[in-house]
Unconditional design. Structure first.
Lengths: 254, 246, 279
């Protein structure tokens, strides 16, 4: 949950949330629509630059988070590159009993392209995630006129997640002190005990939390004061230049 | 070493490497940027009717009892936290439960679809599992298809009077397996194999993720049973209150 | 006390049952403007339920509620939150927004005020509770004491006349407990009417000018603290003990507190008196 912490302490926290979301989602869309290596590279460059320089995220932290999706990406990319066939029809073929593992140059190129696209996607998502507190993100969704019920649940769930996490952490520490994770079998039992207890606790808390909402006049509508943060002319100009660059890279170069 | 041995050896290194990276999310979220735009939209559209149904049901629940708002929100937060807790394991690699199976058994598939999509958005943003463009595909596999199967199996077992713990295990484990199958098919549709098309590609994806996903499905099943047992020993009346009293 | 006692809130024969269990039975209490009332009694005696009834969250099964002398219609009960603010014991169960500013604005927003007025009240609450530096922070990264201050600011921003605190010092470290006590004193000086549930007899003795003691859903005693702390049967039934200052004073004077002209309520008053006599 460290990403959440960084979102409140980023150099870009005070930027307009809608602007950041639009920039990230716009980048995501352009990257997957154009599907070209140079655009992916350009997006990685700009998005990472924003996160590291404007957002002042330590580079080691950023690198650590970029490796999270690594396992999935690696396995999936390998599968995209590799093909199984009865005859050796790839550019490189490995015989396995009665079939061949074939790798074509085309396959490798596709895999690399997908990998880069995924990294570009992650860099755009991270630009937003590492700089936008969740509450503001939810407000952006609210402005997009998502169903009120959904938005309200998101607000509450986000808040409750931290309460439950804190409780779970305390329970886990207590279990560790009592050596509750000794063997795998014991570990499973302890895990389930914590999870079961946490569930009961969360249901009990829900009752009291409703009282607290009602005590302040909650009447089926969750509304908060929001700080207006205008987008600066510089930010707008930068975004326009960035989008123009991507379109030029995508359409007018070969 | 023969060529075959060499390749098997290489493959095992690759898998070991992949597994050593933490966390290997159980849920098999499709990562940001992995799907072409047409499929991003298509999977989102497929999810829509289920989500609309879920919202309508929730509205009905809240109209009857407004106090249910915090209860449902708590349930959503719980699913997120359950999927964020590290499962103890001997190998040191970290894996997680999906939690949606648990939710499907307790709250039914339509509420689970809404909680599921919210949890997936939070996982993408707070934990970097999954992504926004792949939200539709992930919602379908993890918040709709898996929970539906879980719910179906749990209901079927109840009709057939199967032992309750066995039915919980089967429902949770098979729901988890189904999620992983759907994800593999989703990837295969996006990246069909040159020689064998979607079917062959799906087999490839199933194969490569099997070493992690098969044991995890079993673990999900076992843990869901254990959690239910632990819960019952803590509080039966609370479980009755949320409609779980069989 | 030459001030005219203005009636703020009154209950008549208020009863409340949860499912088929009676939690409150025939509660008759009149709260006057500017009073400092400590509410005592063991857990489960009905204090929290009483508060939730006063605040409009729960609707009493029987009984009447009067606001400023006027009898309220039953359907107007839920609007009591506009006049009566309730600070919950556990700040975490009260805080719902994802940053401090939004959190404090929640109550005022529900009052249907204009944006500008909400803004003004939020700013005023920041200032009053010294929260200016925390206004963009998320609750999950605040300390226990900071969360408590936010939860008080939540209610201050609603500008209610009657403020209810449910065990405001529970689970706080001594520094923060003292801070909260100072805030409570300041609220009294600023004219708020205060109703505070507490298990701390010493705090109740130095803070309150009136004591309400609950036991098993009924109002066991209602009166000035120096009187009620003398009633052995009340203390026993409500699991209370005499405040330390009172015990020392009685041991020194050999008399019950009521029989002396001067009665110290706080440690400071007691030591001041002692140092004077010793000299």
């Amino acid at each position: 949950m460290k990403i959440d912490y960084y979102a409140y302490h980023s150099g870009m926290t005070k930027w307009n949330a809608g602007f950041k979301v639009l920039l990230a989602v716009g980048t995501l869309l352009m990257v997957i629509v154009f599907n070209r290596v140079r655009i992916s590279l350009f997006a990685i460059l700009v998005m990472s630059g924003l996160t590291l320089i404007a957002g002042r995220l330590p580079i080691r932290t950023y690198a650590h988070y970029l490796t999270i999706p690594f396992a999935f990406m690696l396995l999936s990319s390998v599968m995209i590159a590799v093909d199984f066939a009865g005859t050796p029809k790839g550019d490189f073929n490995f015989s396995l009993w009665f079939f061949y593992v074939c790798v074509t140059r085309q396959g490798i190129a596709t895999a690399a392209q997908v990998l880069l696209k995924a990294f570009a996607g992650m860099s755009a998502l991270y630009m937003m995630a590492f700089s936008t507190p969740m509450g503001e993100f939810i407000c952006v969704l609210q402005n997009l006129h998502l169903p009120g019920l959904l938005v309200e649940l998101m607000h509450l769930i986000y808040r409750y997640i931290f309460i439950l996490l804190e409780t779970a952490e305390r329970m886990q520490t207590a279990a560790k002190v009592r050596l509750g994770y000794g063997s795998l079998r014991q570990g499973f039992r302890t895990f389930a005990g914590i999870a079961g207890n946490l569930f009961i606790l969360s249901m009990q808390k829900a009752e009291r939390y409703y009282d607290a909402l009602a005590a302040r006049g909650y009447d089926g509508k969750l509304e908060f004061l929001r700080e207006q943060r205008p987008v600066s002319a510089g930010q707008l100009a930068g975004a326009a230049a960035y989008i123009a660059a991507i379109i030029i890279l995508g359409r007018f170069t070969r | 070493m023969t060529k075959l041995q060499k390749n098997v050896w290489k493959a095992s290194i690759a898998i070991a490497l992949a597994l050593s990276v933490c966390p290997v999310s159980n849920a098999m979220h499709i990562m940001e940027g992995f799907l072409p735009p047409a499929l991003c939209i298509a999977w989102g559209v497929v999810c829509l009717p289920f989500l609309v149904k879920g919202l309508i049901n929730l509205k009905k629940i809240f109209a009857e009892n407004r106090r249910a708002v915090t209860l449902v929100a708590m349930a959503g937060a719980y699913v997120f936290v359950l999927s964020a807790l590290k499962i103890p394991s001997v190998t040191g690699s970290c894996s997680h439960m999906t939690g949606t199976g648990f939710s499907a058994i307790l709250f039914g598939p339509s509420v689970t679809s809404i909680l599921g999509i919210i949890v997936l958005v939070f996982q993408a943003i707070l934990l970097a599992h999954g992504g926004l463009t792949t939200l539709g595909a992930n919602t379908f596999s993890m918040a709709i298809a898996g929970p539906l199967l879980t719910y179906g199996i749990f209901g079927l077992c109840k009709k057939l009077k199967v032992n309750k713990n066995v039915s919980i295990f089967l429902a949770a484990a098979l729901g988890d397996l189904f999620t992983y199958c759907v994800t593999s098919v989703q990837l295969a549709i996006a990246y069909p194999s040159a020689s064998g098309g979607v079917a062959a590609s799906a087999l490839e994806f199933l194969g490569v993720f099997a070493p992690t996903q098969l044991p995890l499905a079993v673990i999900e099943g076992i843990l869901t049973v254990l959690i239910m047992m632990a819960m019952e020993s803590y509080a039966r009346p609370e479980l009755k209150a949320i409609g779980y009293g069989r | 006390m030459s001030r005219i006692r203005e009636e703020l809130l009154k209950t008549r024969d208020l009863s409340f049952a949860y499912e088929d269990k009676t939690v409150l039975q025939n509660i008759n209490v009149t709260i006057y403007r500017g009073e400092r009332i400590a509410v005592m009694g063991p857990n489960g005696a009905g204090k929290s339920t009483f508060f939730l009834n006063l605040n409009g969250v729960l609707t009493p099964g029987q009984g009447e509620i009067f606001l400023e002398g006027r009898k309220l219609e039953k359907k107007a009960f839920h609007e009591l939150y506009k006049k009566v603010g309730f600070v919950f014991q556990d700040a975490d169960s009260q805080i719902i927004a994802s940053n401090v500013r939004a959190e404090i604005s929640f109550g005022p927003m529900n009052l249907g005020l204009s944006k500008a007025e909400v803004q003004r009240r939020v700013e005023a609450a920041f200032d009053y509770m010294d929260l200016q530096e925390l206004k963009d922070r998320a609750p999950q990264y605040l300390s226990g004491g900071e969360k408590k201050r936010v939860s008080i600011a939540d209610i201050l921003a609603m500008e209610s006349e009657l403020l209810i605190f449910d065990e405001p010092m529970a689970a706080l470290d001594p520094v923060n407990a003292k801070l909260v006590e100072q805030i409570i004193d300041r609220l009294h000086t600023d004219g708020k009417t205060l109703l505070i549930a507490t298990h701390d007899v010493d705090f109740a003795y130095r803070f309150a000018d009136r004591l309400l003691v609950f036991s098993e859903g009924a109002l066991l005693a209602d009166g000035p603290p120096e009187e009620i702390f003398q009633k052995q049967e009340v203390l026993e039934k409500a699991h209370l003990k005499k405040p330390a200052v009172m015990q020392v004073w009685e041991a020194l004077t050999g008399k019950e507190s009521l029989q002396t002209d001067f009665v110290p309520r706080t440690v400071d008053q007691l030591t001041a008196y002692l140092s004077q006599t010793v000299k």
